[in-house]
Design a binder for this molecule. Sequence first.
Ligand code: NCD
Length: 327
Amino acid sequence: MPRVLRKPSRHLPFGDRRETPYYGRDILSVSQFRRADLATIFSVAHEMREMVERVGSFDLLKGKILANLFYEPSTRTMASFTAAMERLGGSVIPISEVHYSSVAKGESLPDTVRTLECYADVIVLRHPQIGAAAEAARYARKPIINAGDGVGEHPTQALLDLFTIVEEMGGVDGLTVTLIGDLRYGRTVHSLARLLAMHDVSMRFVSPPLLRLPDALRDELRAAGAKFQEHEKLDEVLGLSDVLYVTRVQKERFEDPAAYEAVKDSYVIDSELMRGARNDCIVMHPLPRVGEIAMEFDADPRAAYFRQMEYGMFVRMALLALVLGKA
Ligand code: NCD
């Protein structure tokens, strides 16, 4: 008999399943996590970091296969899931050129995921439509990991963002975290703000009026009792921020190119500006950057965005091990 992966109801929060709470589960939104889940994921990620530093690769997921299904461009997310799987001894089916796959023949998302799960144990999906990962998960028996659903969420990025803060700052509670740029279309911001709202954090949202947080998310944060303020000027909060989380203005989400041009250069982090920031702060960015952080700043020890990418692989190793029941 083939072993069929158990896929319990996705409506339960992670922590509600006592025995093997992560095995076979989808990762669709950060809202499915509680603080205890974050602690588990981060402790496994920390072990993954130590193992990679010691031995590079090991066979925890030997024989397991991951399908990377990307309908939108990606460098880091796709490469880090591939590296994570291969460092754990597993292998990867890469489908990033969907126009060369049967998607170009008109195949639906449900059929594409039901195809890939015949071959793979877990599917990582990036798609331009909000809710696409949830839709895929309704059809798939194997776990779906949301690697970005349009302007919706990017839960694994938010987990690695929070892990970066934990590793670099020694914890999250008590910090002032300032999120800058495209708060409207930036899915990494949407997911990270929800995770930060579970902590004792003061959030500062800095954006031009056009790119403010979506109303529904603002209401959600308020209902969760999150501490936050919105600003248009970065200098109002620069000196009091422990973490500066800078984002790209999401050009591909704009209907009107002139509107993008009007806001694209709203904030630029450079060495001169950073003289006004704390010496012990960190600057993060999910990347890619297209001008919001000057390259001259890269040599500053506060520039954490390259380290952040490396933390991402450890977090994705942890998530794969947990979802495939090996951690
Ligand atoms: C982000 C994304 O795809 O949402 N990139 C990433 O996964 N690191 C951010 C962006 O594209 O600006």
